[in-house]
Design a protein around this ligand. Sequence first.
Ligand SMILES: N[C@@H](CCC(=O)N[C@@H](CS)C(=O)NCC(=O)O)C(=O)O
Length: 223
Amino acid sequence: MPNYKLTSFPLCPYVQRALIVLAEKEVPFERVDIDLANKPDWFLKLSPLGKVPVLEADGHVLFESQVIAEYLDEVTQGSLHPADPLQKARHRAWIEFASQALATLWGFYTVDTAEEFEAKRTALLEQFARVAEQVEGPFFTGDQFHMVDGVWGTVFRYIQSFENLGDFDFYQGSEKLRNWHDAVLARQSVIDAVPADYHEQLLAFVKNRNSYLATTIADKAAA
Ligand SMILES: N[C@@H](CCC(=O)N[C@@H](CS)C(=O)NCC(=O)O)C(=O)O
């Protein structure tokens, strides 16, 4: 197996996507965390998009989390995708949908006004209602954990943190979504993909941005 080095940032959901596959497939690797607010020169030279994760495989540079995840899945025993090509394509389609949900979530915790915030919350509810129609339970397609579950785990982790801050009704009472959320977040590879103080670090990040969500947290603390 090549020598792997992963360049990361502890809060990044896309880094978690790579870490979950590395853990599920028991791949040894070296990890280097960087400060995204102050990117080192060596990283800017390495990463064509200036984004993490970057995986170096015997010095060959791979970027884009899904490319990295698919590569790691291909070069190791077994697969985190279903064998059937149609099912595999479905899983990949819903992985792309998770990336869209992550983009909406970014808006949810960074926009400045109540109106923008509510628009992001509504968009999220619609995205969750849509994916809920596809979930078999306990995981996306039954008892087996797949790559699609790990990717949605990076979405559910934000939800877990934000549910501590207020009642945003993300799952609108859907038991199927709640059970999927619980099953995925209980998976060891998903637990280990972030530091133990992830929630505190995320809160500090949100507060630093002075977003609408940050002001609601501050108002709640002051009340
Ligand atoms: N599509 C990329 C997204 C990666 C991404 O957005 N990474 C963020 C951190 S979570 C980043 O490195 N941002 C730095 C920047 O945009 O300057 C992937 O899937 O790898």
